[in-house]
Design a protein around this ligand. Structure first.
Ligand code: TMP
Length: 253
């Protein structure tokens, strides 16, 4: 198949193509899943379609409550039109309950409530395995300044409150998530907006009653079918029809 558009960047789960207008990009969601800095890899049929839909759902919700983000509109099953941003080279992680790396680092049982939402940063660098970094490093190396960090925390906490509520409404506990932040310019004025994606690839989601995992930990820890888990999230949110058993016939543009 001849490429329709110029490829700008290819990551582990998505590809960015030149957009139809200046300042826009097309974000394509692949079926590829990776974990542990791509030491574990698989192709999971339908994941890209689900994440395209789910990221559209969350970003649209954020727009509707006034949280600026890169989403413009969905183009088709696997692609969405987004604003071109300059990505801040940080993974911004918000945790409500202990799990994953904080559990390991501090010896906390997974699921332990944290005293308050904790925001932390990893430096986006695959060769280094995205190391956790303190604000001191971020400012000293100029990845963001203090004002940017204040704005980033404020965005991250608004996203946390929004997502926690949306998931709570469908019986899911938001344990933690990761977002990325982009810079956009309106003339000389720089603003920070939510970018990348919000999907079960970048969240930890547990069923409130059973603690069943409905996120990428299913793949990381070999807990079953990732497509089933993500379809369940989509179905609960009404992004998939409740009676859908197979995403292929039901998720037609
Ligand atoms: P962690 O417990 O492994 O630090 O992960 C915290 C959250 O960030 C979890 O929801 C998964 C997400 N995350 C990503 O989206 N990408 C990554 O590369 C990593 C390490 C975590």
């Amino acid at each position: 198949m001849a490429p329709r558009r110029k490829k700008i960047y290819e990551g582990k789960a998505k590809v960015l193509y030149e957009g139809p207008e200046p300042g826009t990009l097309v974000q394509y969601f692949k079926d590829d899943a990776t974990a542990f800095n791509a030491q574990k890899k698989a192709t999971i049929e339908g994941k890209g379609v689900l994440n395209n839909r789910l990221s559209e759902y969350f970003m649209t919700g954020l727009t509707n409550i006034g949280v600026p983000n890169h989403f413009i509109r969905r183009l088709n099953m696997r692609e969405q039109l987004i604003r071109q941003v300059e990505i801040v080279p940080l993974e911004v992680i918000v945790r409500n309950f202990a799990a994953g790396s904080i559990s390991k680092r501090l010896g906390l049982d997974e699921g332990t409530p944290l005293p308050r939402p904790i925001v932390e940063y990893s430096y986006k660098n695959d060769a280094l395995g995205d190391p956790l970094v303190p604000e001191e490093y971020i400012i000293a190396f100029g990845w963001a300044n203090q004002q940017d960090l204040d704005d980033i925390v404020s965005l991250a906490l608004r996203v946390n409150d929004f997502l926690s509520g949306v998931f709570y409404g469908v019986g899911i506990k938001l344990i933690d998530f990761k977002i990325e932040i982009g810079r956009v310019w309106d003339g000389d004025f720089m603003r920070l907006i939510v970018a990348d994606e919000i999907s079960p690839d970048s969240c930890r989601l547990w069923d409130i009653k059973t603690n069943q995992k409905l996120d990428k930990d299913v793949f990381r820890r070999d807990l079953g079918s990732l497509t089933d888990a993500y379809s369940e999230v989509a179905r609960r949110l009404g992004v998939l029809p409740t009676n859908a058993t197979n995403i292929k016939p039901t998720l037609i543009n």
